[in-house]
Design a binder for this molecule. Structure first.
Ligand code: AMP
Ligand code: ZN
Ligand code: FE
Ligand code: FE
Length: 281
């Protein structure tokens, strides 16, 4: 019996509607699925009602991009209930910063001679929160880049010509808001932090754990076995729960399957039970 604690739907930059994601979770025989769309809780009502009577536990959540100089710091937040609350109330502001950024990215692409419009990107996103993968999809469609990787490497990624920053919560603030909201914050895919030295990683994990961090995403689809073990050991050493997720995005991450990752994911239910102990319902 496996669970998946990190997945995206059409409410952000996944290609499956929330209810389709639940159907897929049933097909993959998962017992629990967390919907963690970027900066939004929009998909949760649909997902929660689709999950009723399926035997799948749908865990409401989101994924936040935090302010961190060194690299990409993402926070998966589980058991964040739709409606109002300390963290919930911050999401609208994050979305408007995202919108301003998206417009600026499109301007830059146009300045470089690309015929890419906001209308096309909105159509690609289908009404959900717009992310860089949607912009990339339009660039691919129009033949400006070969694939997702090239879109990020050549244009949209950090330090690329069309990279534009946006307002983010700082790590301590986000972790604290999550806990105040009764939710469970987990540091996502730690390899993107850009922290190589173990001393520096130790300082960071100490700092974030003291701020209220609960989990470290250790069982991640793209990690090899020794990495999963390494991050799980690291989590335990710092009093964190080794969480796991596929980071499923449907067609926006080709070859990556829900619950299964690239074939060998398999996140145990016991991790979910440990994390659940920190949720305040
Ligand atoms: P955004 O939230 O709009 O800044 O977009 C971030 C999303 O873009 C991530 O969650 C990934 O799904 C995707 N992404 C980021 N970097 C890359 C990359 N180098 N290659 C492919 N997808 C990426
Ligand atoms: Zn994404
Ligand atoms: Fe992420
Ligand atoms: Fe994600």
């Amino acid at each position: 019996m496996a669970v998946d604690l990190h997945a995206h739907s059409t409410a952000s930059d996944g290609s499956f509607a929330p209810s389709e994601l639940v159907d897929l979770a049933v097909e993959r025989r998962l017992t629990a699925l967390a919907l963690t769309d970027h900066d939004t809780l929009e998909g949760l009502d649909e997902a929660l009602s689709a999950a009723e009577d399926t035997g799948i536990e749908l865990i409401p959540g989101t994924e936040l991009s935090l302010g961190y100089e060194r690299g990409g710091m993402h926070l998966v937040v589980l058991w964040l209930q739709p409606g109002n609350g300390p963290l919930q109330d911050k999401l609208a502001g994050l979305q408007s910063g995202r919108e301003t950024r998206n417009f600026r990215i499109v301007e830059i692409l146009q300045e470089h001679g690309m015929d890419v419009t906001m209308d096309e990107i909105e159509a690609e996103a289908g009404g959900g929160t717009i992310g860089r993968p949607h912009i990339a999809a339009v660039m691919i469609e129009k033949g400006y880049v070969e694939d997702m990787r090239a879109a990020f490497d050549d244009w949209l990624g950090n330090d690329s010509p069309a990279y534009v920053n946006r307002p983010r919560l700082n790590p301590e603030e986000a972790i604290d808001l999550a806990r105040q909201s009764g939710a469970v914050p987990i540091l996502a895919h730690p390899h993107t932090l850009g922290v190589r030295r173990s001393r520096e990683m130790a300082e960071l994990l100490d700092r974030l754990r003291d701020a209220g961090l609960v989990g470290l995403e250790s069982i991640y689809a793209s990690y090899r076995r020794h990495e999963r073990e390494g991050y799980s050991d690291l989590a335990r050493r710092f009093g964190l729960v080794p969480s796991g997720g596929s980071d499923f995005h449907g067609t926006y991450k080709p070859g990556l399957d829900l619950g299964i990752g690239y074939g060998d994911l398999g996140i145990e239910e016991s991790v979910l039970e440990e994390l659940r102990g920190f949720a305040v319902q």
